[in-house]
Design a binder for this molecule. Structure first.
Ligand SMILES: [Zn+2]
Length: 242
């Protein structure tokens, strides 16, 4: 809309850089015992705007592959190296997330890159949902509200239809960049600050971190405190607001 700027718009642009933007925290790809445990400890130190320890959303994998050939078949072609979580292998840490009052969502069983044609069939997609429930529900109980975030944010028509048919709310978000190999803490601060400063949607911004990545499990409190110091308002994770 260049050329249409009114005096009011110019004033808003200059004075209110969405500096009271509200944001929520979410974490993908756990649970892993050590790294997820450290994230839980850091979260316990962070306070939401109401002054209580903040609640986040954790999108868990039911049983991510650990053999190279399985990763090759499921993960994105550019992503083979990272360790990912498993409710099946680490039920205790999954229970700890829930006992701390955080929300839990479905991030599939195996972290499929749904652009692989053999993974984007109705049968393969359904398997990622139904097997997740078979593994996670005995550990965590059935969720009142079913939440889903697709790996790599890839929502094919098949994935969207399946999630909707099964009664899941799809929760997307804005990547904090912590999954980028070699990214520094300062770069994550800058990236998340830029996201919140530019946020213009009529609902809070959901930042997406990974409890498996070192900038997050080592420095989450520092990153989030930095955002709060900029005036951004940390909310408890609440998918009803999205
Ligand atoms: Zn993921």
């Amino acid at each position: 809309m260049a050329g249409c700027t009114t005096g009011l718009d110019a004033g808003l642009q200059g004075q209110i850089p969405a500096n009271n933007t509200e944001f929520m925290l979410s974490f993908d790809d756990g649970p892993l015992p050590e790294t997820t445990g450290r994230v839980l400890e850091l979260l316990a130190r962070l306070k939401a705007v109401d002054g209580t320890p903040v609640k986040a959303g954790f999108f868990l994998l039911a049983d991510a592959p650990d053999e190279f050939w399985q990763r090759r078949m499921y993960y994105a072609p550019y992503e083979l190296w990272t360790d990912k979580g498993s409710v099946a292998k680490y039920p205790d840490i999954a229970r700890r997330i829930k006992q701390a009052g955080h929300s839990i969502g479905n991030h599939t069983v195996r972290h499929p890159w749904f652009k692989w044609p053999w993974l984007d069939t109705p049968e393969a997609v359904l398997r990622e949902f139904s097997e997740w429930e078979i593994i996670a529900e005995p550990v965590l109980g059935a969720a009142n509200n079913r939440l889903f975030r697709p790996p790599y944010f890839i929502l094919t028509a098949t994935v969207r239809e399946t999630a909707t048919r099964l009664g899941y709310q799809i929760v997307m978000g804005e990547s904090a960049g912590d999954a980028i190999p070699g990214i520094t803490v300062d770069e994550v601060k800058q990236k998340t600050q830029a996201i919140l400063a530019a946020w213009a949607k009529p609902y809070p911004c959901v930042l997406v971190f990974h409890d498996t990545r070192p900038t997050t499990y080592g420095h989450l409190d520092e990153i989030v405190s930095h955002l709060q110091q900029q005036g951004f308002r940390l909310l408890h994770f609440d998918p009803k607001r999205l």
